[in-house]
Design a binder for this molecule. Structure first.
Ligand SMILES: [Zn+2]
Length: 523
């Protein structure tokens, strides 16, 4: 179920209050215009508010990936790009603080990446799966980052004409308002509808904006320590794929037509570079692309095909062979074919000594994690701990979430669960916005016979995704359940206090949106 977050009326009010488009009827929303000049730019706080709203619609969708490993990998590319963009002055202190700078990974095999209002980004797993090395992927991320830092989303896009000051943001809000009125599915459907509408209206960033995003993206990419030629290779890969595939697989090319001018300019920039850093992270990228290949499409027939890759990739070389076996193992585990998965992991380990020395430990860790994941996916809570305990000293989120996954499977002991619970609580005290960690802790509390705590954690899942009403509803239901029963009174008090805090927070949000009084039925 996709939680519906903002009530329809609220969105209509939001549009009416924030944009001078006049009253927005819930069913047929007039496209808002944002001033009549191309230079009209939506203020930062407003763009962020739209972005938050869009994301609150999307975050609960099952198509949004919950995968600590791929999240960590994307973050490891993202952070250097952000640092470089800051150092080069593309992200002012205010922009840095106001915007979210968050990336959502989408389980979708089509190749796409997009920037959304307020500093949100979406990357399809299909894009990760098709890239050959991290620098190619980073070049797309740098380009999208530049669209945000240069405020392209909030600026008029309709060419040079003043009379057609339709904006990307305006189009988005129009489609989203239609979705809130029920004519488009909520969740990721909202995003696809917005993209389809933009395409129908042939709305895209102007050529100047694309050129600017290529130029700024290139500079940021190079300063972040990636190979600037990654951009050229990405263009070549897209060009090739464009000729081989039907365009449906490649939404990115529709919004980013690959002109000979773009390719030429990117080649020119690279030839201007004095020297390139050597390609790095090849094994890690191969394995992460292999993982994306499985997670982007988990239909049984697709997994079955992937599980048969165990005989090896067509490409020669140890890394493609290693990656093919990773794909086969994960697909087999997902199909509940434990033995077959374990066999593919064993075959993958056979390639470890051919992995570049500086990456061997990382590749070995990824295979241990994969085997533990296989145990968890196949309901064997007693298996898998051996592999995880080899890395007991690692305290990062990836390991914590792997331990949490295994601890939730029958066969794990109450002591193992208790230890992971403690670790999760510490993590959440520092990262209260980590919805997926709340999800894990909720499950573990349930297994430990703590239904109220489990329910409170569920409420935090909603709060962390920006759905305050969903969170409030769950806490209220918790209070109802605890009435009369021999409930843990301390936990009841905690729920009560949290409920009050969330209601205060939601009320002040509603007051901002309904300055003339909050309509009955809203809380
Ligand atoms: Zn672009």
């Amino acid at each position: 179920m996709i939680p519906s977050v903002f009530p329809r009326r609220l969105l209509a009010a939001l549009l009416a209050v924030s944009l001078s488009a006049g009253a927005a009827a819930p069913s047929r929303v007039q496209l808002p215009t944002l001033g009549d000049s191309v230079s009209a730019v939506v203020p930062l706080y407003e763009e962020r508010r739209y972005g938050d709203w869009i994301m609150s619609q999307v975050r609960g969708d099952p198509a949004v990936l919950d995968d600590p490993l791929l999240e960590a990998y994307i973050d490891s590319l993202w952070q250097p790009l952000m640092r470089a963009a800051r150092a080069q002055g593309h992200i002012s202190e205010e922009l840095g603080e106001r915007f979210a700078w968050q990336t959502l990974l989408i389980k979708d095999r089509t190749i796409n990446a997009s920037a959304w209002p307020g500093g949100y980004f979406m990357l399809n797993l299909g894009l990760i799966a098709m890239t050959g090395q991290r620098d190619e992927l980073a070049s797309v991320m740098g380009h999208e980052l530049a669209h945000v830092t240069q405020r392209h989303i909030a600026r008029g896009i309709a060419g040079e004409g003043k009379n057609t000051a339709i904006t990307i943001l305006g189009t988005l809000l129009g489609v989203l308002a239609a979705s809130a009125s029920g004519s488009v599915d909520a969740g990721i459907g909202v995003i696809y509808a917005a993209q389809a509408e933009a395409q129908r209206q042939q709305l895209r960033f102007s050529r100047d904006m694309e050129r600017e995003a290529d130029r700024v993206g290139h500079a940021v990419l190079a300063a972040a320590g990636f190979q600037p030629s990654g951009m050229v290779r990405m263009f070549e890969r897209m060009d090739l794929a464009n000729r081989l595939m039907d365009s449906g697989a490649f939404p990115y090319l529709r919004s980013h037509p690959l002109t000979s001018e773009r390719i030429g300019e990117s080649r020119q920039r690279v030839s201007l570079e004095d020297r390139e850093p050597p390609p790095a992270g090849l094994a890690l990228h191969s394995l992460m692309a292999a993982r994306a290949r499985v997670l982007m499409d988990e239909r049984a027939e697709v997994l079955q095909a992937a599980a048969q890759l165990e005989s090896g990739a067509r490409e020669a070389g140890p890394l493609p062979q290693l990656a093919a076996r990773y794909t086969a193992a994960l697909a087999a585990y997902k199909l509940r074919q434990r033995e077959r998965g374990d066999a593919a992991v064993r075959a993958a380990r056979g390639y470890l000594d051919q992995v570049p020395a500086e990456e061997r430990a990382t590749a070995a860790l990824l295979l241990d994690l994969l085997q533990a994941e296989g145990a968890a996916l196949n309901g064997d809570g007693s298996g898998g701990w051996g592999e995880l305990n080899l890395h007991a000293e690692r305290r990062d989120r990836v390991m914590l979430m792997a331990r949490a996954q295994l601890a939730a499977v029958p066969g794990s002991s109450a002591e193992q669960r208790a230890a992971v619970l403690e670790e999760l609580q510490t993590h959440l005290a520092l990262q209260p916005g980590d919805a997926n960690a709340w999800q894990r802790i909720s499950r573990l509390w349930e297994l430990q016979g703590q239904p109220l705590r489990s329910l409170r954690a569920q409420a935090e899942v909603y709060a962390a995704r920006g759905d305050l009403r969903g969170a409030i509803d769950r806490l209220r239901s918790g209070l109802r359940q605890s009435r009369g029963a021999q409930a843990d009174q301390i936990e009841v008090a905690v729920i009560d206090a949290r409920l009050r805090a969330l209601m205060t927070q939601r009320r002040s949000m509603l007051e901002e949106i309904y300055p003339r009084g909050i309509p009955p039925g809203e809380y």
